[in-house]
Design a protein around this ligand. Structure first.
Ligand code: ADP
Length: 365
């Protein structure tokens, strides 16, 4: 998603008191966090951190440094995402509720034939809401949420990555029910890792698959306590075809997250405009919806943000002295101007590739 540079982090399952803006702003971004930060005294610990740390100590065979590293990069970025924050994608939401949220909230109902999947893949063009969906799942399923950007795992922790993968799964089990969300999962589970040129990547991939199989084995030998210790791997990718076949099969659900349809773009635009003074008529909005065919959700957001600058751009230097209530509302011309620079980021050919893959391997909607 939008957070490509992000390091691994966990979102605490327990609702924490909302943090004041200032402390959020001061908190180092995960990407800036020291990669070798493992000293518990460095952090201002809350109850959840302490609980997680004490669990690690109970775990045998977990690399303590790796585990501490995962824990120390805990961040609750921004506000929690709820289903309603995500425009459209109703089928994907339903599928995520059925596959993840309900089984996590009511494990007693989901056994036998209803045994839930241990892997779910969200695939589709960039900027269509895959990361948002994962974050909503985290909020709604009340589970421990481990969120890892695969590229940071492979680049930043080269060498340590296998240990980190092992620690991650062990911690997920200890803190179950858990979701391991891996953004850009194609870069861990890539077919190319087999070609021999990337020995380190191959090892990470193998470790990931071994750990994942262990989960499956544990779930198959299900007794009720195992059932309550669910761990699900939720992957997101813009390159589903890069995932190797063995890995692909483990994602029992493969959900296509397509570009937004007209109704979704409309809902999204209206939501964005609801926070802003504007002079768009319902007809303007309909025209805009038609013109943004091919735009992804993040393209629509980028367009609206750029258009919102229109009234300020019109002021020039006078911006510095103008009273806020004298700034004119946004209008359709602002959008039309912005459309000259903010274009769809997915090409029609690119889209076709997703649709073909979806029809071969995915569930659509
Ligand atoms: P992906 O993970 O599919 O690349 P993200 O979930 O990171 O995409 O979305 C990027 C940004 O685009 C979001 O932060 C949000 O502003 C916007 N966005 C994308 N899809 C939607 C949607 N369906 N509803 C609302 N906003 C969306």
């Amino acid at each position: 998603g939008a957070k490509r540079t992000q390091a691994s982090h966990i979102i605490s399952p327990n609702p924490r008191p909302p943090q004041p803006e200032t402390s959020k702003a001061e908190k180092p971004k995960p990407a800036e966090a020291k990669p070798d930060k493992a000293d518990p005294d460095d952090e201002d610990l809350d109850e959840w951190d302490l609980m997680a740390r004490s669990k690690i100590k109970e775990l045998r065979g977990v690399d303590e440094n790796a585990a501490m590293q995962i824990i120390s990069e805990i961040v609750l970025k921004g506000d929690p995402v709820h289903w309603d924050d995500i425009a459209g994608l109703d089928k994907a939401k339903t599928s995520l509720k059925e596959t993840v949220v309900y089984p996590f909230l009511r494990p007693d109902l989901f056994s036998g034939l209803r045994e839930p999947a241990l892997g779910m893949l969200l695939f589709g063009p960039p900027g269509t809401g895959k990361t948002m969906l994962a974050r909503a799942v985290a909020t709604e399923s009340k589970s421990t949420f481990f969120s890892i950007s695969a590229s940071s795992l492979t680049s930043k922790y080269m060498g340590e990555s296998e240990k980190l993968v092992r620690a991650l799964f062990q911690m997920a089990k200890a803190l179950a029910p858990s979701i391991i969300f891996v953004d850009e999962i194609d870069s861990i589970l890539t077919q190319r890792a087999d070609s021999g040129e990337h020995e380190a990547s191959r090892r990470i991939k193998n470790e990931f698959l071994v750990q994942w199989s262990d989960l499956q084995a544990a779930a198959a030998g299900k007794n009720s306590s195992e059932n309550l210790r669910r761990v699900l791997v939720l992957g997101a990718t813009n390159l589903p075809w890069a995932i190797d076949e063995a890995a692909r099969r483990r994602f029992v659900r493969r959900q296509y997250i397509p570009l937004p349809e007209a109704a979704t773009r409309k809902q999204h635009l209206e939501k964005l405009l609801s926070h802003q003074k504007h002079a768009l008529t319902p007809e303007d909005i309909d025209a805009l919806v038609t013109k943004t065919e091919g735009y992804s959700g993040s393209d629509v957001t980028a367009l609206a943000k750029d258009a919102a600058m229109g009234p300020l751009r019109a002021l020039g230097e006078a911006l510095l002295t103008t009273n806020p209530d004298q700034i004119r509302p946004m209008n359709i011309t602002d959008f039309e101007d912005s459309m000259k620079t903010i274009k769809p980021s997915v090409s029609p050919e690119g889209l076709l590739a997703f649709e073909q893959w979806a029809s071969l391997y995915g569930s659509s909607g």
